[in-house]
Design a protein. Structure first.
Lengths: 195, 1003
């Protein structure tokens, strides 16, 4: 079922966006693969092969545009590729992961991905209104990855570049996440925490 | 009378007039006023009535400790009760109303209580409303509630918005007075990330009012320098109007920022709740002056001495033209100087100490002020405002020596450090005999995760009172906090300060020392809750010896001010009455928040659409556009049914059931839990989790399974499909998806860590659509789905196919008893498939159906539902599911539990079907009656109803229930309860009401 036939898959919010004191946007769907197993073995090889990226350390992410390897737990990675590359990536993993105790599962459709863009300090602040993460520029730097919660739902987030946060959540709560991000980014509610 | 002074008031801007209303009356003040200072400027000395006796009350304090000046603030969606006038910044258009009186503030009927006060002693309610029992609910409570005081609840939805903010700091400094600023500079210079918050709109606290020189310049200049230095540090964040509300475990602190209270506007959050993690916390929260307990100390015009000079120096208002001063310490003399400097009269300073004061007293005499030693207030004269004081000896019983006319009384009973934040997380206190105060015990600080202290007190909050003490203490607090946070403190030269020599205070808890009962019963301790010296003494006499008991019995310190003024005086009076030392009696517990914070700030953004996450399936929007009636299922919304024009929900369900049974129905089953279990030991793992055998399942096939908890109780069910040699897909109930995933992970991680299997939750990866009914196959074939006939794809198998051009996995499973396919497709293509099915379904007169039709159809088939037939006390055997419990397996979760005698008891209530004799529908949650009564005089029961519906297929009510004897009772007529009282007769039948042989699903 990983072959991309039929109508183009649509995201939960059809690419909704909101321009507050930072911009909130639902990003186009991205290929996402959960990898579970021994991170030191073929799993790492599979992840690096399909993305061309280095392995991240604990609580880190390696990123190149739409491709990424995110460290999720001591035995779990999230590999991201452009949606169009997903079938090929799954195929590659299928041949790389000979160990039956290595699991690759397509979860692209189960997630929504959002971007928060704008001045770096304000982008960080919007996250700080919702997630118990130290978003101070000295503390949370590009290359880091946090699995956390956004108000009442689980989420994971990272900084692909200064002034840009990307975050993923479950597809079913995309509307909620968009609502709380937009509320947090309402002009007039700037807290100036990282100013 | 209280009035605006001709000059002075460093916080007000006389060029900016501000108008406001109090009880509808137009008044005016200046920008920078508090509501309290503006009321005083308008000679509004009477601001409210007391809680119990409805006595006239005026402003006592100038800050967060104010007990009396509580008002209802704002109107409509911005109305909020119990707001302190002393911490409310004045703004144009402010409207305030006083509280706790009827019909008006000036004339209050409830004031009769004051005349009857000797009939309302401590514990009055407990003593009076004892019986008869029924009177409490129907007579006493309604009357008490009606006359109970303080603010009214808002009636409209809050017009403002609120938000949270997560912040982190190496050193969090709470309090922006001179101590907080000094500590913050010390921490900031060392390079630590510092967060400094001050509850008022001004830096510097009360130091400029109290005066003194630092390095040869007035202290205000030193404050400006500190603020300037901090503002220039990139590592320091400063916040005004932000109160440290509570200190919790591991350096978690709540900060309460009031963004627009001083200038209401839309579009900006009113309050922001800072949720802070700090490595170290410095509390520089200052000290609060204590009142003195003399008769009439609650008459409007009697104020704390420091508050009087705050109003004069900071705000340019005076509570009176002739201010008598009564004190047990030197500090109150500063108030005399402020009054004189403002050109007003100080007719007398009553110093309760037999030897009087120090240098300040000498200065007072030099200024020509009359100072008397060993003197006390016998009583205050006046009703709604002070007209004079009667003087007596402090050492005596209150015999009046002299009466002096005055219109205000400034009192000082010494100072109590604000130890609240220190105490919130377990910091201990020590009694300082010299200063007569509880101050933080630095050797018993609150400790963090590492067992090391994480709170340091600085300045007056630590018991330091003189300017030089405060500065030294704050600097060292800043140093030790920053060091504990892992930074090297930068040594700095101490500024030079010359303190005035002060004589220690003499503790005075009751004034005069031998006050008569009459005087003591007019000497207030807790203004807000109307607790007097006599009440505490009565409590002690009646045996309430613990301070916590005395507090609850008398309500001392239980009002909205949480006893900021009354606690220490109250417990001192208690300790005297018990003949014990104050530290032996101890304090009550300090709990967060420091002052009440708004409920809105706690809720933050969780309101309206963001109140709670709502989970939407990929088909949610379609349902919304097609007359859905929603059913909340956990955080999901699922269609209960789809309403057509003019249709009731009941009729819709009947139409949906009939359409599905006779033709074809479409169901959004996306919420169903889907867990992939993969690995060489996946089969073994599932054999341990499910009661039946899963490892023998062949790839391409499906099997219904049950999961029990370790006690043997049924916790979830669902169909398991084997995908390949190493991979299974386990369906769970909607509510079970996350729970069962966690359950699997827990067993894998903690008990069966040697099993090689992974669990991945793919619930939301797929839109899952049920195509159900005798014409289901034809509908799918119309959409170009090949090879789904009974031979190629028999019941309980699955296959990958393309449906309407979309890659789908088809499961031949049925929860309705009909021919049924469940289609799992990528979530992002779910809507396209659904629309294709609906479109093609028109030719079949297909229906879309919701959860209620689903429930009716499963009940007609006798299929159990987790949460209906189970409630955590039901085992599979109770539901006649013995067939799904493996006899061959060596072990599985629940096996051992089910061996216990109670679970193996043949007399357990077991599943049966029930049909009423008259065809009516049994009520939800009904019981099956048995003969006789139990030992509690309740009717005996022999069973209960678990599911009950109107069956459109059978045209009658059907039900399932658990009944003693179970299926052995077939044919029995039993009596089932009804809410109206009469029982209804029902016949015990087979729970499979429809197509027992399964011919319809197996085609």
């Amino acid at each position: 079922m990983s072959d991309m036939t039929g109508p183009t898959p649509v995201g939960a919010l059809h690419g909704a966006s909101y321009d507050g004191y930072v911009r909130i946007a639902e990003e186009p769907m991205r290929g996402m693969i959960t990898l579970r197993g021994d991170l030191s073995g073929p799993l790492a090889k599979g992840a690096t092969t399909v993305t061309g990226l280095d392995m991240p350390g604990p609580r880190e992410v390696t990123v190149m545009t739409e491709k990424a390897i995110a460290w999720m737990s001591p035995d779990e990675l999230m590999v991201m590729v452009p949606l169009a590359d997903l079938p090929a990536a799954l195929e590659t993993l299928d041949t790389t992961l000979r160990d039956p105790f290595a699991t690759a599962v397509d979860v692209s459709q189960a997630r929504s991905i959002f971007s928060i863009t704008g001045p770096d300090a304000l982008v960080r602040e919007v996250v700080a209104k919702l997630a118990p993460v130290d978003m101070d520029p000295q503390q949370f730097r590009p290359g880091m990855f946090r699995r956390t919660r956004l108000a009442q739902v689980p989420a994971a987030l990272w900084l692909p570049a200064p002034g840009r946060v990307e975050l993923i959540c479950f597809r079913s709560v995309a509307d909620y996440v968009f609502t709380i991000l937009a509320d947090a980014a309402k002009p007039g509610s700037e807290a100036g925490l990282f100013a | 009378m209280s009035s605006r002074l001709a000059k002075g008031g460093r916080k007000i801007d006389r060029s900016q007039k501000v108008s406001f209303t109090f009880n509808g009356r137009q008044m005016s003040g200046y920008a920078g006023d508090t509501l309290a200072s503006a009321l005083l400027a308008n000679d509004q000395m009477l601001v409210g009535r007391s809680f119990k006796y409805h006595r006239p009350r005026g402003i006592v304090a100038s800050g967060a400790e104010e007990p009396n000046a509580l008002v209802g603030l704002g109107e409509g969606g911005r109305f909020e009760p119990n707001q302190r006038a002393t911490t409310t910044e004045l703004f144009d258009g402010l409207s305030a109303t006083s509280q706790n009186h009827w019909p008006s503030l000036e004339f209050d009927v409830g004031a009769i209580n004051s005349k009857l006060s000797r009939f309302f002693p401590a514990g009055f309610y407990y003593k009076t409303f004892m019986g008869p029992r029924a009177f409490w609910k129907h007579v006493y409570e309604p009357i008490i509630r009606k006359s109970a005081g303080l603010g009214k609840a808002p009636t409209e939805k809050d017009a403002d918005t609120y938000e949270h903010l997560y912040a982190f700091a190496d050193v969090l400094v709470i309090g922006g007075g001179i101590a907080g600023l000094t500590a913050a500079v010390a921490a900031g210079r060392a390079g630590a990330r510092v967060l400094l918050m001050e509850q008022t709109a001004h830096w510097g606290g009360r130091a400029p009012v109290d005066g003194g020189d630092v390095d040869g310049a007035p202290v205000a200049a030193h404050i400006d320098a500190l603020v300037g230095e901090l503002s220039g540090m990139a590592n320091v964040t400063m916040r005004l109007r932000c109160m440290g509300a509570g200190v919790y475990d591991h350096g978690y602190v709540l900060g309460y920022e009031r963004l627009t209270d001083h200038a209401p506007q839309s579009g900006v959050p009113r309050h922001r709740l800072w949720r802070i993690r700090a490595a170290q916390v410095v509390t520089a929260t200052g000290a609060i002056e204590r009142p003195l307990a003399f008769a009439g100390n609650d008459i409007p015009g009697v104020m704390l001495a420091a508050a009087v000079r705050d109003y004069i120096v900071d705000l340019g208002v005076s509570p009176g033209d002739r201010v008598a001063i009564v004190t047990n310490n030197d500090d109150a003399y500063r108030t005399a100087f402020a009054v004189k400097d403002a050109g007003l009269e100080v007719p007398i300073i009553l110093d309760a100490r037999s030897a009087g004061g120090g240098d300040l007293a000498i200065r007072a005499r030099e200024m020509g002020i009359r100072v008397e030693h060993n003197r006390a207030v016998a009583h205050v004269s006046g009703g709604k405002r002070v007209t004079g004081v009667a003087i007596c000896a402090q050492a005596g019983g209150g015999a009046v020596i002299e009466e002096i006319a005055c219109d205000a009384v400034a009192m000082s009973g010494g100072w109590s450090p604000v130890v609240h934040l220190w105490s919130h997380c377990g910091g201990k206190l020590v009694w300082d005999d010299t200063k007569a105060m509880f101050r933080p015990d630095g050797s018993r600080a609150p400790t963090s995760h590492d067992g090391k202290p994480f709170v340091t007190c600085a300045g007056s909050a630590n018991g330091a009172l003189s300017l030089s003490e405060v500065l030294d203490d704050a600097r060292s607090a800043g140093h030790s906090a920053v060091q504990a946070a892992g930074y090297d403190p930068v040594e700095q030269a101490a500024p030079s300060v010359e303190d005035v020599a002060e004589i220690p205070l003499a503790p005075v808890w009751v004034m005069p020392a031998g006050a008569t009962e009459k005087l003591r019963s007019k000497s207030w301790l807790d203004y807000q809750n109307d607790v007097k010296v006599s009440d505490i003494q009565l409590a002690a006499q009646e045996g309430f010896e613990s301070v916590e008991h005395a507090k609850r019995y008398t309500t001392l310190g239980m009002a909205t001010d949480q006893g900021k003024l009354s606690n220490i005086n109250g417990l001192a009076v208690l300790s005297n009455a018990l003949n014990e030392a104050i530290p032996q009696v101890g304090t009550t517990t300090f709990r967060p928040p420091y002052t009440p914070i708004s409920l809105g700030s706690i809720a933050g953004g969780a309101r309206d659409a963001a109140f709670q996450p709502l989970r939407r399936t990929p088909l949610h929007a379609w349902h919304e556009e097609h007359g859905v009636k929603w059913e909340p299922v956990g955080h999901w919304r699922r269609p209960y049914c789809y309403l057509q024009a003019g249709e009731s929900a009941h009729d819709a369900v009947i139409r949906e059931v009939n359409g599905t049974r006779n033709r074809v129905g479409l169901l959004d089953a996306s919420t169903l839990g889907k867990l992939i279990v993969k690995g060489p030991d996946a089969g073994k793992f599932l054999d341990l989790l499910y009661t039946n055998m899963m490892s023998t399942l062949k790839p391409g096939r499906c099997r219904y399974g049950l999961m029990c908890d370790e006690n043997g109780f049924l916790m979830d069910d669902g169909v398991v499909a084997r995908i390949d040699e190493n991979t299974f897909l386990c369906h769970t109930t909607t509510g079970g998806a996350d729970r069962i995933q966690a359950h699997m992970e827990e067993w894998l991680q903690t008990e069966w860590w040697d099993l090689k299997a992974h669990v991945v939750n793919v619930t939301e990866q797929y839109a899952q659509i049920g195509v159900v009914g005798p014409q289901a196959r034809q509908l799918l074939e119309v959409l170009g789905t090949p090879g789904i006939d009974a031979e190629t794809l028999p019941f309980m198998t699955w296959v990958d196919r393309t449906v309407a051009g979309i890659p789908a996995r088809l499961y031949r499973i049925s929860f309705s008893g009909e021919l049924s396919y469940e289609l799992a497709v990528p979530a992002g293509q779910g809507m396209a498939l659904w629309q294709s099915l609906v479109e093609a379904g028109r030719a079949f007169d297909a229906v879309t159906y919701g959860t209620e039709a689903l429930h009716v159809m499963r009940a007609e088939k006798g299929f159990i539902m987790i949460g209906d037939e189970t409630d955590g006390t039901v085992i599979p055997q109770d539901l006649n599911l013995d067939w799904a419990i493996s006899k061959k397996k060596e072990d599985f979760l629940g096996k051992r539990g089910q061996l216990r005698s109670h679970l193996a008891d043949p007399n357990r209530w077991k599943l049966v079907g029930l049909e009423t004799v008259d065809g009516s529908v049994i009520e939800d949650g009904a019981y099956v009656l048995a003969d006789g009564q139990n030992d509690k005089d309740q009717r005996n029961m022999q069973g209960r109803i678990t599911s009950t519906y109107y069956s459109p297929t059978l045209g009658r009510g059907i039900a399932m229930g658990l009944l003693k004897g179970g299926m052995t009772r077939m044919g029995d007529i039993v009596q089932v309860t009804r809410i109206s009282g009469n029982a209804v007769a029902a016949k015990v039948v087979d729970p499979v009401f429809y197509d027992k042989a399964g011919d319809k699903q197996n085609v």
